[in-house]
Design a binder for this molecule. Structure first.
Ligand SMILES: [Zn+2]
Ligand SMILES: [Zn+2]
Length: 232
């Protein structure tokens, strides 16, 4: 059977996301997903709550996004984070030693903390995220072309994920995974074997500009409020 899984979602435990676990399940259902991986920044706090969702209509997969000193790495299947700040090679070795799946997150993307080409060549990842819906393709199209060629050349399984920090974007990009059973272990095994196909879309330039505008407005609003409070 084929399942649609978003392998890259941040929750409120990530420190930079507004997504609760309840909202994640609801948004995944609305997006027609079969599963999603929780990948908070260097935290597995959300995973302690997963028991409550074991009967949810969407599979919630454990994971974490590790800040290695070379860039971000998704560790699927881990329930305890590998310490941040280690080189990519050590981080990946540690993820594999603990039985996790090591995925290069948004590599070559200049606007995020991303692994470079030499790291992808030197370190043996289990898979690479070639479609990250929170990056704007027109702003780094040459890197994206290079990434797709590199993934082919290295024979790495390719994943898609939304990298959501808000519920609305969950499932914007996802991975079609070919499995025998809809179980967490089967899904991870299928990723290792490359039975994956990234699908979906990346963020549109207009959406990104709107989001940036909203953030700026909030920032200015907070600053003005603070200045006024200090004034009076
Ligand atoms: Zn990242
Ligand atoms: Zn992320």
């Amino acid at each position: 059977m084929k399942l649609k899984v978003d392998f890259h979602v941040h929750t409120i435990y990530s420190g930079d996301s507004s997504v609760t676990l309840e909202a994640a399940v609801q948004a995944a259902l609305e997006a027609g997903l079969d599963g999603l991986a929780i990948t908070d920044h260097d935290s597995c706090e959300a995973l302690k709550k997963l028991d409550k969702f074991k009967d949810a209509p969407v599979l919630l997969l454990p994971g974490v996004e590790i800040s290695s000193s070379d860039g971000h790495i998704l560790a699927l299947g881990l329930e305890k984070p590998v310490p941040p700040g280690l080189p990519a090679k050590e981080t990946v070795e540690e993820i594999k030693r603990k039985g996790g799946v090591a995925v290069a997150a948004h590599p070559l993307c200049p606007f995020k903390k991303s692994l470079g080409e030499h790291v992808l060549r030197e370190v043996r990842f289990d898979a690479v995220e070639t479609l990250n819906a929170s990056t704007i393709p027109v702003l780094y199209s040459s890197e994206l072309k290079k990434l797709s060629l590199l993934a082919e050349e290295l024979g790495l399984p390719q994943l898609g994920g939304s990298d959501s920090h808000t519920p609305e974007t969950i499932g914007r990009a996802y991975t079609v995974v070919e499995v025998e059973d809809a179980s967490v272990e089967e899904i991870f095994e299928a990723v290792r074997k490359g039975k994956t196909r990234p699908e979906g879309e990346r963020i549109r330039l207009q959406d990104a500009l709107n989001r940036l505008g909203m953030k700026l407005k909030q920032k200015i609003g907070r600053k003005l409020g603070k200045d006024l409070r200090e004034e009076f």
